[in-house]
Design a protein around this ligand. Structure first.
Ligand code: 6GU
Length: 257
């Protein structure tokens, strides 16, 4: 998978050199580059924003640096050898995805992360929250599959922190990035429920024992206990998730435990 990020604060994305995602890059599983939007300005002051037409607070990002940056990213993506088809880059017929982080976007969920983890080329366009001139989005729709994406109902100053979260959520689903793929099966949101609580040694810590069932060695009872805690926890913390579940599928999954 190839990922390009365009930002006026490329240093923000330095965290993607670390940990699992950093390792995946070294292994060649992910090819990630970060571009400074200001490289694509043409004036002496390297201006990326201007006042909004129609008035209002804040500034709006100018369209031309974005078009030049995205054209550059497309050109390099087309030339890059992709693992699926050596020497071909992005497969013909599959347009790259342009993710535009914005509090006005569609909510980024585990389902979206799974979907994007299947794509060959993702491009993230970090704007400041007043936004990018809307004509860039219209222009980009002819070249990309455009996905305005929000992390949730709160406002960040720019898209960079959201991109760190999205790239981590997507990158860990790319085959080979996580050493033990089993760990993707029993985590929160894998089945629409929150994860059960976990414990490690010592069995008694500061007068607090580990739930006895976990020491029983009885796999059936442990699975039942974990499932019940998942359900209780999800009902208490995230009633919206419970409401979204298909009751028949939930019953079937429950009887299988
Ligand atoms: Cl993706 N961007 C910004 N600027 N703010 C956000 C967000 C994204 N998600 C939640 N708040």
């Amino acid at each position: 998978m190839r990922i390009d990020v365009v930002s006026i604060f490329p240093e923000y994305l330095a965290a993607l050199d670390l940990s699992l995602i950093g390792k995946a890059r070294l292994q060649g599983l992910l090819e990630l580059s970060v571009e400074d939007l200001r490289r694509y300005t043409t004036d002496r002051h390297r201006t990326v924003d201007d006042t909004p037409y129609g008035g209002g607070a804040g500034m709006v990002m100018k369209p031309e640096p974005w078009a030049l940056a995205l054209e550059d990213v497309l050109e390099r993506g087309a030339a890059a050898p992709g693992p699926a088809a050596p020497g071909a880059g992005t497969p013909p017929g599959e347009r790259p995805v342009l993710v535009v982080p914005s509090p006005a976007g569609e909510v980024f969920t585990q389902a979206v992360a799974r979907e994007l983890a299947e794509r060959e080329h993702l491009v993230f366009a970090c704007g400041r929250y007043e936004g990018i001139d809307e004509r860039v989005v219209d222009w980009a729709r002819e070249r990309f599959e455009v996905r305005p994406m929000s992390l949730g109902d709160y406002v960040l100053n720019g898209g960079e922190v959201a991109v760190l979260a999205m790239v981590e959520a997507i990158g860990r689903l790319v085959p080979g990035v996580i050493g033990n793929p089993e760990s993707l099966v029993e985590e929160s949101h894998s089945d629409g429920l929150l994860e059960y609580p976990v414990y490690t040694k010592p069995a008694l810590w500061r007068d607090r024992p580990v739930p006895e069932v976990l020491l029983s060695g009885h796999h059936g009872r442990i699975a039942r206990w974990r499932r019940d805690l998942q359900l209780r926890r999800t009902a208490a913390r995230r009633p919206d998730l419970v409401a979204a579940l298909d009751p028949a599928a939930l019953d079937r999954a429950d009887r299988a435990v």
